[in-house]
Design a protein around this ligand. Structure first.
Ligand SMILES: NC(=O)C1=CN([C@@H]2O[C@H](COP(=O)(O)OP(=O)(O)OC[C@H]3O[C@@H](n4cnc5c(N)ncnc54)[C@H](O)[C@@H]3O)[C@@H](O)[C@H]2O)C=CC1
Ligand SMILES: Nc1nc(=O)c2c([nH]1)NC[C@@H]1CN(c3ccc(C(=O)N[C@@H](CCC(=O)O)C(=O)O)cc3)CN21
Length: 284
């Protein structure tokens, strides 16, 4: 430990952490809200299994709790420009168009006019709706269907476009289980000259079976050694695994000079209260 690189604790790193929910988690948010710091950002996903009405339920629930909604927009799921504009209008009416996260979207081919996040940002619809901040995604583990050089080029282009529109940029990463991979990826991001804040995605405490299922679905690395380091037991699928070790490792080795502005983002996978509780206990 040197004076210009003081050791951080997990509690330090948890300041300003954000959480993620789906539209149907709206009732669950009520049970978690009392555990969250005022002003906590809550992302509301844009799943193919939900519609705008359900997503808006989630967004409104966030507002009702005095928290800050960060709605997601999945480019490839949008059917039309009007559909995007309509969703943005509804968000504005719900006083929820402060910051959005634009993701590519999982459909193998686009369902409408937007093949990627960049085309949504370029459309100008977001700025016309009054958005001030736009987040984009990052992939410390890579993406199963997209080559790394494509991902890096897309990241450069999106961050540049967001800045050119005078918006506040940020990067939200896919969840992962390996702090070493995340730190190496952060160094690469900064070496490219990208200096926007990064929210490092991690799963909240959840059942092992569920975590592994989502990891497989989204192409997140789960080698035996990574899982062991994370503290997740493959031998006990019925157990629960929390991000304790991951967050401690990240806090130990985080160096602002090399990794830049970093916060944490929790994928709650249906466990909003469990995650909120974990954050509260770890911040103590
Ligand atoms: N929270 C969430 O919902 C998250 C979703 N994702 C998913 O990761 C994928 C990539 O997203 P972004 O980095 O925002 O990409 P992007 O929109 O910036 O696109 C980057 C490049 O990959 C291509 N691409 C995008 N999605 C694709 C797909 N599903 N299949 C094949 N090629 C695709 C695009 O055409 C473009 O060339 C998307 O499928 C996105 O939904 C990733 C992280 C979190
Ligand atoms: N490529 C990619 N696509 C995504 O859609 C995606 C990611 N990555 N990374 C993580 C986030 C978080 N995601 C999710 C997906 C589903 C639930 C969810 O709550 N699902 C319900 C029902 C699904 C089930 O029964 O399996 C649940 O109760 O778990 C939560 C977050 C989707 N997300």
């Amino acid at each position: 430990m040197t004076q210009d690189n003081p050791t951080r604790t997990a509690a330090d790193l948890l300041t300003g952490a954000s959480l993620e929910m789906t539209g149907k988690d709206a009732p669950g948010l009520q049970e978690a809200a009392d555990l969250l710091q005022p002003g906590t950002r809550i992302n509301v996903t844009y799943l193919g299994t939900e519609d705008d009405a359900l997503r808006l339920d989630g967004v409104r629930a966030v507002r009702q709790q005095g928290l800050v909604p960060v709605p997601h927009i999945a480019a490839r799921r949008l059917r039309s420009v009007e559909g995007l504009a309509g969703y943005c209008r509804a968000l504005a009416e719900a006083d929820a168009i402060i910051e959005v996260l634009v993701v590519g979207g999982d459909p193998a081919s686009p369902e409408g006019p937007f093949p990627d996040a960049l085309s949504v940002i370029r459309s100008g619809v977001l700025t016309e709706s009054g958005v001030r901040g736009v987040g984009v995604t990052g992939y410390p583990d890579g993406h199963p269907a997209i080559r790394p050089e494509i991902l890096w080029a897309a990241l450069d282009a999106k961050v540049a476009e967001v800045a050119a529109q005078g918006l506040e940029g940020s990067i939200n990463t896919q969840f992962g289980f390996d702090a070493t991979t995340v730190l190496a990826w952060l160094e690469q991001v900064r070496e490219r000259g990208i200096d926007v804040p990064v929210r490092v995605g991690i799963p909240g405490p959840a059942g092992v079976k569920r975590l592994l299922g989502y990891a497989k679905r989204f192409g997140v690395g789960t080698s035996t050694s990574i899982l062991r380091k994370y503290g997740l037991s493959m031998a006990n699928l019925m157990s629960t695994a929390g991000p304790d070790r991951f967050v401690n490792q990240l806090a130990d080795r985080y160096d602002p000079a090399r990794h830049g502005d970093v916060a944490l983002h929790f994928y709650t996978f249906g466990g909003l209260r469990a995650t909120a509780q974990w954050i509260q206990e770890t911040r103590r």
